[in-house]
Design a protein around this ligand. Structure first.
Ligand SMILES: [Zn+2]
Ligand SMILES: [Zn+2]
Length: 128
C-alpha cells in the first residue's frame, strides 16, 4: 500500500521528452503581418518551459525567473519564449509565429528580423 503513487512520479519524469511540444490541428487564423486570414498548417502546444533559446542558443539555467514575467523573452536576444500550456502556430503566408488563444486575437512572437524592424520604429514587441 505504501508503494501507491510511485507510478505517477515516473510518468511525470517521463514527461521531460526532448521535444516538449505536441502537434495540434492547424486552422485558419487572422495574421496581422499578412493582414489577412491565413491557414496555419503547423500548430503545436508547448508542454514544458523553453530551456534553450531557439534564436541565439543561450541556455536558461533558471527558466522560472524568465517565466515569472508576463511575456517571457530570452535575456540575450529578446526572442519571445513559448509558454507551457499555450498553443502556437506558423502562418503559411509569411512564416510568422503566433500565440493562438481561443476567443482572442493571436499574439505575434516576432522573430529576430521582425524585432529589429520594430526597434527601428521605436516599438517594443512586448504588449502591455
Ligand atoms: Zn536568445
Ligand atoms: Zn502571415
Amino acid at each position: 500500500m505504501a508503494l501507491f503513487g510511485f507510478g505517477k512520479k515516473d510518468a511525470e519524469r517521463g514527461g521531460n521528452a526532448a521535444d516538449q511540444t505536441h502537434p495540434i490541428v492547424g486552422r485558419a487564423i487572422y495574421c496581422r503581418i499578412c493582414d489577412a486570414e491565413r491557414t496555419f498548417t503547423r500548430c503545436w502546444r508547448r508542454a514544458a518551459p523553453v530551456r534553450r533559446c531557439p534564436c541565439c542558443g543561450a541556455a536558461f539555467d533558471r527558466p522560472e525567473t524568465i517565466y515569472a514575467r508576463a511575456w517571457p523573452a530570452c535575456p540575450q536576444c529578446g526572442e519571445p519564449l513559448e509558454q507551457p500550456g499555450f498553443d502556437y502556430g506558423l502562418c503559411d503566408g509569411c512564416g510568422s509565429k503566433f500565440e493562438i488563444m481561443e476567443g482572442t486575437r493571436p499574439g505575434l512572437l516576432p522573430n529576430q528580423q521582425q524585432r529589429k524592424e520594430m526597434e527601428k520604429h521605436g516599438k517594443s514587441w512586448i504588449r502591455r
